[in-house]
Design a binder for this molecule. Sequence first.
Ligand SMILES: CC(C)(COP(=O)(O)OP(=O)(O)OC[C@H]1O[C@@H](n2cnc3c(N)ncnc32)[C@H](O)[C@@H]1OP(=O)(O)O)[C@@H](O)C(=O)NCCC(=O)NCCS
Length: 143
Amino acid sequence: MALDQQALGNFWSREQWLKELEDPQRLSVGRWNHERSELLSLASGWLVAGELQVMLVAVQPAQQRQGLGRQVLQALLEQAQQLGCHLATLEVAASNKAAINLYGALGFISCGQRSGYYRNGEDALLKCLDLKQIQARTVNRPE
Ligand SMILES: CC(C)(COP(=O)(O)OP(=O)(O)OC[C@H]1O[C@@H](n2cnc3c(N)ncnc32)[C@H](O)[C@@H]1OP(=O)(O)O)[C@@H](O)C(=O)NCCC(=O)NCCS
Protein backbone atom coordinates (compact mmCIF):
# COMPACT_ATOMS: atom_id res chain seq x y z
CA MET A 1 0.00 0.00 0.00
CA ALA A 2 2.87 2.41 0.80
CA LEU A 3 4.48 1.84 -2.60
CA ASP A 4 1.11 2.35 -4.32
CA GLN A 5 0.56 5.58 -2.39
CA GLN A 6 4.04 6.99 -3.02
CA ALA A 7 4.64 5.94 -6.63
CA LEU A 8 1.17 5.50 -8.12
CA GLY A 9 -1.07 7.89 -6.16
CA ASN A 10 -3.39 5.15 -4.81
CA PHE A 11 -3.90 3.08 -7.94
CA TRP A 12 -5.81 0.28 -6.18
CA SER A 13 -7.72 -0.02 -2.89
CA ARG A 14 -6.63 -2.51 -0.20
CA GLU A 15 -9.33 -4.96 -1.40
CA GLN A 16 -8.11 -4.72 -4.99
CA TRP A 17 -4.53 -5.35 -3.87
CA LEU A 18 -5.56 -8.45 -1.93
CA LYS A 19 -7.36 -9.76 -5.00
CA GLU A 20 -4.33 -9.04 -7.20
CA LEU A 21 -1.99 -10.90 -4.89
CA GLU A 22 -4.25 -13.93 -4.37
CA ASP A 23 -5.76 -14.51 -7.82
CA PRO A 24 -3.86 -17.19 -9.79
CA GLN A 25 -4.61 -15.32 -13.04
CA ARG A 26 -2.59 -12.36 -11.72
CA LEU A 27 1.19 -12.23 -11.72
CA SER A 28 3.34 -9.93 -9.59
CA VAL A 29 7.08 -9.56 -9.11
CA GLY A 30 8.55 -7.29 -6.45
CA ARG A 31 11.78 -6.44 -4.72
CA TRP A 32 11.65 -6.37 -0.92
CA ASN A 33 14.12 -4.51 1.33
CA HIS A 34 14.51 -6.79 4.37
CA GLU A 35 16.40 -4.24 6.48
CA ARG A 36 13.71 -1.59 6.10
CA SER A 37 10.81 -4.05 5.69
CA GLU A 38 9.47 -2.27 2.67
CA LEU A 39 8.62 -3.01 -0.92
CA LEU A 40 11.01 -1.14 -3.22
CA SER A 41 9.51 -2.03 -6.57
CA LEU A 42 6.68 -4.02 -8.08
CA ALA A 43 5.41 -5.07 -11.50
CA SER A 44 1.96 -6.66 -11.86
CA GLY A 45 -0.08 -8.05 -14.70
CA TRP A 46 -3.08 -10.16 -15.67
CA LEU A 47 -2.78 -13.43 -17.54
CA VAL A 48 -5.56 -13.43 -20.13
CA ALA A 49 -5.87 -15.96 -22.98
CA GLY A 50 -2.13 -16.44 -23.45
CA GLU A 51 -1.34 -12.75 -23.04
CA LEU A 52 0.14 -10.73 -20.21
CA GLN A 53 -1.65 -7.43 -19.65
CA VAL A 54 0.83 -5.34 -17.68
CA MET A 55 -1.18 -3.35 -15.16
CA LEU A 56 1.53 -1.44 -13.33
CA VAL A 57 5.20 -0.95 -12.64
CA ALA A 58 6.19 1.09 -9.61
CA VAL A 59 9.42 2.01 -7.85
CA GLN A 60 9.74 3.96 -4.59
CA PRO A 61 10.47 7.59 -5.61
CA ALA A 62 13.76 7.63 -3.67
CA GLN A 63 14.91 4.46 -5.46
CA GLN A 64 14.08 5.45 -9.04
CA ARG A 65 16.65 5.59 -11.87
CA GLN A 66 18.69 2.74 -10.37
CA GLY A 67 17.47 -0.02 -12.66
CA LEU A 68 14.78 -1.41 -10.33
CA GLY A 69 11.89 -0.73 -12.71
CA ARG A 70 13.67 -2.45 -15.57
CA GLN A 71 14.55 -5.39 -13.28
CA VAL A 72 11.02 -6.13 -12.01
CA LEU A 73 9.37 -5.65 -15.39
CA GLN A 74 11.93 -7.87 -17.09
CA ALA A 75 11.33 -10.55 -14.42
CA LEU A 76 7.54 -10.26 -14.85
CA LEU A 77 7.87 -10.68 -18.64
CA GLU A 78 10.16 -13.68 -18.24
CA GLN A 79 7.74 -15.36 -15.81
CA ALA A 80 4.80 -14.76 -18.13
CA GLN A 81 6.79 -16.17 -21.04
CA GLN A 82 7.63 -19.26 -18.99
CA LEU A 83 3.92 -19.67 -18.19
CA GLY A 84 3.18 -19.83 -21.93
CA CYS A 85 2.26 -16.23 -22.73
CA HIS A 86 3.27 -15.09 -26.20
CA LEU A 87 2.39 -11.41 -26.03
CA ALA A 88 2.57 -8.60 -23.46
CA THR A 89 0.37 -5.53 -23.79
CA LEU A 90 -0.07 -2.36 -21.74
CA GLU A 91 -1.51 1.15 -21.71
CA VAL A 92 0.49 4.17 -20.67
CA ALA A 93 -0.41 7.85 -20.30
CA ALA A 94 1.02 9.85 -23.18
CA SER A 95 2.77 12.23 -20.74
CA ASN A 96 4.52 9.48 -18.70
CA LYS A 97 7.93 9.78 -20.35
CA ALA A 98 9.74 7.69 -17.71
CA ALA A 99 7.42 4.72 -18.23
CA ILE A 100 7.35 5.14 -22.02
CA ASN A 101 11.16 5.08 -22.10
CA LEU A 102 11.27 2.07 -19.78
CA TYR A 103 8.86 0.11 -21.99
CA GLY A 104 10.82 1.12 -25.09
CA ALA A 105 14.07 -0.01 -23.47
CA LEU A 106 12.55 -3.47 -22.95
CA GLY A 107 11.40 -3.72 -26.57
CA PHE A 108 7.73 -2.66 -26.39
CA ILE A 109 6.49 -1.06 -29.60
CA SER A 110 3.47 1.19 -30.22
CA CYS A 111 0.37 -0.68 -31.32
CA GLY A 112 -2.41 1.88 -30.94
CA GLN A 113 -3.83 4.81 -29.02
CA ARG A 114 -7.00 5.55 -27.04
CA SER A 115 -7.92 9.22 -27.22
CA GLY A 116 -9.13 10.79 -23.95
CA TYR A 117 -8.86 7.42 -22.18
CA TYR A 118 -7.92 8.69 -18.73
CA ARG A 119 -10.19 10.59 -16.34
CA ASN A 120 -8.18 13.78 -16.90
CA GLY A 121 -8.75 13.50 -20.63
CA GLU A 122 -5.25 12.33 -21.41
CA ASP A 123 -4.63 9.84 -24.22
CA ALA A 124 -3.44 6.29 -23.54
CA LEU A 125 -0.73 4.84 -25.74
CA LEU A 126 -1.00 1.10 -26.36
CA LYS A 127 2.25 -0.84 -26.36
CA CYS A 128 2.94 -4.48 -27.08
CA LEU A 129 5.85 -6.89 -26.99
CA ASP A 130 6.29 -10.29 -28.62
CA LEU A 131 7.51 -12.38 -25.67
CA LYS A 132 9.68 -14.54 -27.92
CA GLN A 133 12.04 -11.54 -27.84
CA ILE A 134 12.33 -12.02 -24.08
CA GLN A 135 13.29 -15.67 -24.55
CA ALA A 136 15.93 -14.70 -27.13
CA ARG A 137 17.33 -12.04 -24.80
CA THR A 138 17.41 -14.47 -21.86
CA VAL A 139 19.08 -17.24 -23.91
CA ASN A 140 21.66 -14.84 -25.37
CA ARG A 141 22.36 -13.06 -22.08
CA PRO A 142 26.15 -12.92 -21.38
CA GLU A 143 27.43 -14.89 -18.36
C1 LIG B 1 8.39 4.33 -14.53
C2 LIG B 1 9.23 3.77 -13.37
C3 LIG B 1 8.65 2.43 -12.92
C4 LIG B 1 10.68 3.56 -13.86
O1 LIG B 1 11.39 2.87 -12.84
P1 LIG B 1 12.94 3.16 -12.57
O2 LIG B 1 13.45 2.15 -11.61
O3 LIG B 1 13.13 4.57 -12.19
O4 LIG B 1 13.56 2.94 -14.02
P2 LIG B 1 14.98 2.29 -14.37
O5 LIG B 1 16.03 2.91 -13.51
O6 LIG B 1 14.88 0.83 -14.38
O7 LIG B 1 15.17 2.85 -15.84
C5 LIG B 1 15.05 2.03 -16.99
C6 LIG B 1 14.87 2.95 -18.19
O8 LIG B 1 13.63 3.65 -18.11
C7 LIG B 1 13.78 4.99 -18.62
N1 LIG B 1 13.54 5.95 -17.53
C8 LIG B 1 13.34 5.66 -16.22
N2 LIG B 1 13.10 6.79 -15.54
C9 LIG B 1 13.12 7.80 -16.43
C10 LIG B 1 12.92 9.22 -16.32
N3 LIG B 1 12.67 9.82 -15.16
N4 LIG B 1 13.00 9.96 -17.47
C11 LIG B 1 13.26 9.39 -18.65
N5 LIG B 1 13.48 8.05 -18.81
C12 LIG B 1 13.40 7.28 -17.71
C13 LIG B 1 15.18 5.08 -19.14
O9 LIG B 1 15.17 4.67 -20.50
C14 LIG B 1 15.90 4.05 -18.29
O10 LIG B 1 17.07 3.56 -18.88
P3 LIG B 1 18.49 4.31 -18.58
O11 LIG B 1 18.58 4.44 -17.09
O12 LIG B 1 19.48 3.38 -19.17
O13 LIG B 1 18.37 5.65 -19.25
C15 LIG B 1 9.27 4.79 -12.18
O14 LIG B 1 9.62 6.05 -12.70
C16 LIG B 1 7.96 4.90 -11.42
O15 LIG B 1 7.71 4.14 -10.48
N6 LIG B 1 7.12 5.87 -11.80
C17 LIG B 1 5.83 6.10 -11.12
C18 LIG B 1 4.82 5.00 -11.43
C19 LIG B 1 4.51 4.92 -12.90
O16 LIG B 1 4.29 5.93 -13.58
N7 LIG B 1 4.49 3.67 -13.40
C20 LIG B 1 4.18 3.38 -14.80
C21 LIG B 1 2.72 3.31 -15.06
S1 LIG B 1 1.87 2.10 -14.06
